[in-house]
Ligand binder design. Structure first.
Ligand code: HEC
Length: 265
């Protein structure tokens, strides 16, 4: 059980390094669900078949099969609630979109155990271990604290002045492109209300994912992600809240392509 927990936490940490919290949680849910399914398909059912076959043949089944199956079904029992949480977690930005999402995931797995332990004991008529409520509440408060932590920290989003940064050859081309002036207007008009060191879009308190799009240097150095998020896909602005036109998305693509030697401008 402990080994499984360590594996899941390592996985949460690893996924968090590669993906956004939102995607990491979904993957974690999918992996957990796969583990649970394989526990049933590869361990619990085959062991039960062996036991049934032994009984039918009049042999006394080896108790080890039952024990192994019991361990795996306990794993599944403890994972039931977390797996549902992770599979639905896209709806909970307060859990996944924080700096500590993998720690939150680790605590959610523990809550799965503490909540189930109460009901398991209760159903087995082994009393009502009320202390599990205390543990669950403490875990939940810890998750809330981690989730809200950014509200109380003052991250600084200052960046070195443009003069201190050297632009790559491609970025210089992007700056010199005849489209650049229009591109800058589009980005300032459609993106920087959120993507600013001090965003003024209601409810956005810091630049989402630290992406700031206010200065020439920021726009030029992030040309690639601007084009992938808003030109090639419609991921940004979210739900097109700032009414970006298709023509503007095309402009971003033309601008980006024009920076390649053989670019179609
Ligand atoms: C209403 C606020 C808002 C507006 C307007 C907006 N964004 Fe975003 N942007 C967000 C949020 C929120 C995220 C973080 C999404 C997440 O955590 O998955 C984000 C993330 C991003 C990212 C990082 C994506 C990643 O997964 O690494 C880029 C790049 C980006 N936005 C570019 C843009 C561009 C370009 C525009 C304008 C065309 C724009 N955004 C407009 C809110 C906004």
């Amino acid at each position: 059980m402990l080994a499984l927990y360590v594996i899941l936490v390592l996985l949460a940490y690893g996924l968090d390094q590669i993906f956004t919290g939102r995607a990491a949680f979904l993957h974690l849910g999918a992996v957990t669900a796969t583990i649970m399914s394989f526990n049933v398909l590869m361990i619990i059912i085959p062991n039960q078949r062996i036991v049934v076959a032994d009984l039918k043949a009049g042999r006394t089944p080896d108790a080890k099969y039952g024990k192994i199956a019991k361990v795996r079904s306990t794993h599944n029992n403890y994972l039931t609630l977390p797996v549902i949480f992770f599979m639905l977690s896209n709806h909970y930005p307060l859990a996944h979109s924080t700096d500590y999402s993998w720690i939150i995931a680790a605590l959610v797995f523990l809550m799965g155990v503490s909540i189930r332990h109460y009901f398991n004991s209760n159903h087995a008529r082994k009393g009502s271990p009320r202390w599990t409520w205390g543990v669950t509440i403490a875990l939940f408060l810890a998750i809330m604290a981690l989730s809200l932590a950014p509200l109380f920290s003052h991250k600084s989003y200052d960046e070195p002045a443009l003069s201190e940064l050297s632009l790559t050859e491609q970025q210089i081309k992007l700056a010199q492109s005849p489209h650049y002036e229009d591109v800058r207007d589009v980005v300032l008009g459609r993106c920087s209300m959120c993507h600013a060191s001090e965003p003024f879009y209601d409810g956005v308190r810091w630049p989402p994912k630290g992406v700031m799009l206010e200065t020439d240097s920021q726009i030029l150095r992030q040309a690639h992600v601007i084009v992938t998020q808003s030109g090639l896909s419609h991921a940004m602005p979210p739900a097109n809240v700032s009414y970006m036109e298709d023509e503007e998305r095309q402009l971003l693509i033309r601008w980006y392509n024009s920076s390649f030697a053989n670019g179609k401008s």
